[in-house]
Structures are given as structure tokens and as C-alpha cells.
Design a protein around this ligand. Sequence first.
Ligand code: TYD
Ligand code: MG
Length: 452
Amino acid sequence: MAKPGPGFTCSACGAPHRKWVGRCDACGAWDSVIEEAPLSTAPRALSGKGRRVALSSLAATTPPPPRTGSGMAELDRVLGGGLVPASAILVGGDPGIGKSTLLLQAAASFARAGLKCLYVSGEEAADQVRMRARRLDLAQAPVMLAAETNLRDILTTMDAERPDLVIIDSIQTMWLDTVESAPGSVAQVRGAAHDLVSFAKRRGTAVVLVGHVTKDGQIAGPRVVEHMVDCVLYFEGERGHQFRILRAVKNRFGPAGEIGVFEMTGDGLAEVANPSALFLSERDHPAPGSVVFAGMEGTRPMLTEIQALVAASPLGTPRRTVVGLDSARLSTILAVLEARCGIPFAGLDVFLNVAGGMRVGEPAADLAVAAALLSAREDIAVPNKTVIFGEISLSGALRPVGQTENRLKEAQKLGFSHAIVPARSKTGDKDALRVRQMPDLTAFVGEMFGAG
Ligand code: TYD
Ligand code: MG
């Protein structure tokens, strides 16, 4: 058998490589292959040496996990109703987005709710963390602080102190002396995360791991960290915008897709209880190209403004610039408008944007996007106080979307008087809201812009 030499592993997909390559041939990622200590390949007989595990039935009942609320409603909602003991949570986000700020505030809130909290900073010195705590007015909160990166020492401390909640900021700075590669390498991140997660399970301590996100939006290090933990939360936001969104991508103890909205202020993150109002606050009178979309984020309805600009293009291949929406979806909608309604966009630059830096991923936004494009192209404003949503199929038909009633309720709550939705939508009883149902895109175009 060949002697295992120094191994290389793709940090994106974990595929092993014999030598360094610029591009992983398993997943196609560039510049993701890094050196890592090989696993021992010595043959080991596994069966017959372990002990029998206890088996149980599916019908056995266990009470729901006890949860502790932090008092930060936006955070508790994303966690599925509070912090579960022995859970492992990964919080990912771009550098500088506010992860440390969020978790210091969370630690203080949980400490005030009676949990014993330990905040381990591997990136900043204790003084820096204390300075931030003073700025956040949390200096008096009973949070234990450590500035340390040696995981063996941290685990020993955790063993002795028995905290209820440990925050590790960040997992990429932790290193294990048993693993022979640099901190931040795949092997180190995987090893450190594994040790911390098994500590959580063994001792009933909740562990929060902070992780940096790479340029293309993956938590740096192998995806395996995401599989190891119970919850994966992303903290996101646009540079230059004040609001931040904490999004549950995975949650074993609650619904995924749930979001919490915060605003970064001079003294820390403030909760935003009514995000629709925040995203629509700058909207006074109707302008061509601007449409309000009634969307859903997790179980929460959220109104956002979709803006389009259409202008004659000096270029041979006109520009299609999209911010906050899927550009493939824009191409599809433009193609349907052209093929089914005879409205060409050839020779026209198209800019599409979700106001306030929000991101919209739902197909339910199709109709609002089409409305914004047409409104910009025809220079006709969509009537004021109108929300629009619905999925457009390739045939040009409009398809009802889920949670129609919740979307309409939110619109009504925020003072909207009209809604345009696909035919056959389950709208329920809406007295204060006039709901118009449209069977297809042609009918919609005819009705709204008098053409077709
Ligand atoms: P930080 O929590 O350090 O980000 P991360 O841990 O994700 O890298 O936040 C850094 C940014 O937040 C920094 O640019 C300053 C800003 N900030 C405020 O605007 N207000 C505050 O009260 C604090 C503490 C930070
Ligand atoms: Mg930080």
C-alpha cells in the first residue's frame, strides 16, 4: 500500500487530493485546495469491539426542550423560541458585519436571564472586548470573558466553570495542539468544531461558534461544520445600510428561514420590530419603476420595494444589472414579457434593485418585478398604496403563491388599500383592502398599463 504522504483537501467540498491543484476537480471550486495532515490509514478492526447502543422506539415521548429567552425578541424568534441547552449554533457572516457585537449583546442578555455565560474571544484582546462592552453599555453584565485561542485550555476552563452558554469568537482562530496544521485550516476548524460540539452534547452547555464567510457566501472551512451543528444562522446586511438580518438557514429546534431584523446604531444593534415600515419608510409618492412587493421571510410577512430603471442602451448587448434579486429570474421575466405579451426589452438597459439592500429570493416576486419593469419602461407609476405579488409561469399564466392571507394582512396593517394577486389566490376576507385577481400576465399588462 502506498504510504500516505502529506494530504491536500478541498476546503469547499472536502475531496482529498494527492497534490496541490488550483481547481478542485470534484466540485470545481478555485483556489480551495489546501494542505492538511492525513488521516491514519492503519487498518483497524471495528466490529466486535464496541459496546451495544441502547435502542428505543419512535413512539417514545420526550418533553420539548426547555428554552431560555434572551429578551431580544428578534434573536429568540430566529432560535425557534429561545436557547436550547446542549445545542450547537453556528453564526456566519462577513467580517465587520457585526457578529461580535450581536453575540456580546446576546451573551449579556442571556446572562441577565440567569444563564452562566462565557465569551471567548480569539480575535480581540480582552481590553478590546471590554471597550466594546462599555460602548454597548454592557460593562455591568455578568458575562465571563476570556481572550484565548488554545482549545485545550478553553475546554479545560469550560469543564471547570460549567457555563450554560459559551460563545467562541471565532472558530477559525481556535487551534488544537493535536492537529498539525495552521489555525483556520480545514483540519483545525473541523477538529475544533467537533470537540466543542461534543462538549456541548456531553455537558449540556449551549455553544455558539462564530464563523467567517468566504467571498462566495460559504462559511470558510468545510461545509462539515454546518452538518455538525444544530442551527446555522447567517448574519447579513449590505455595506452602507444600517440594517442587519439574522437568518436561520438550518434549525433542528425550530423553523428554518426565520429572520430577525436589527439596526446597527452608534451604541450597538437595536431590534427592528416592524421591518416593513423600515424598508418602505422612504416612499412618499408613487414613482415610475417602483412597486411594493408583499413577501414572506420565514413565517414573517415583509413588504419591500422593488425598483426598476429602463433606459435606451448605447451598447450592442444591453446591460442587465440586478441587486438583491436573482438575475436568472430577471432574464426569464423579460423573456416571458417579450414572448407572451409582445413587449420587447431589446436595446434597453435594465437595472433592477430591491430598496434598502434587502434580498428577495421568492418566485412570488415575479409579478412585482414585471410590474416594476413595465412601469419603468412605460414611465407610468403604479397606483399608490398598492401591493403586488404572484409567480409568473413560462406560459405567461399567473400562479397563486403560499401565505397569500398573511401577505395581505401585513399590507393592510401598513395602510395599503389595493392588492394585485394571481387568480384563484386564497385571499380570505379583506374589507379594507381591494384585491384584484389576474389570470395571466397579458391581462395584468392590459389592466395596469393599457397595452398588451
Ligand atoms: P463587529 O461586531 O466587530 O463585526 P464582526 O465581528 O462581524 O467582524 O462589528 C464591527 C462593525 O460594527 C464596526 O465597523 C463598527 C460597527 N459598530 C457600530 O456601528 N456600533 C457599535 O455599537 C459597535 C460595537 C460596532
Ligand atoms: Mg468579530
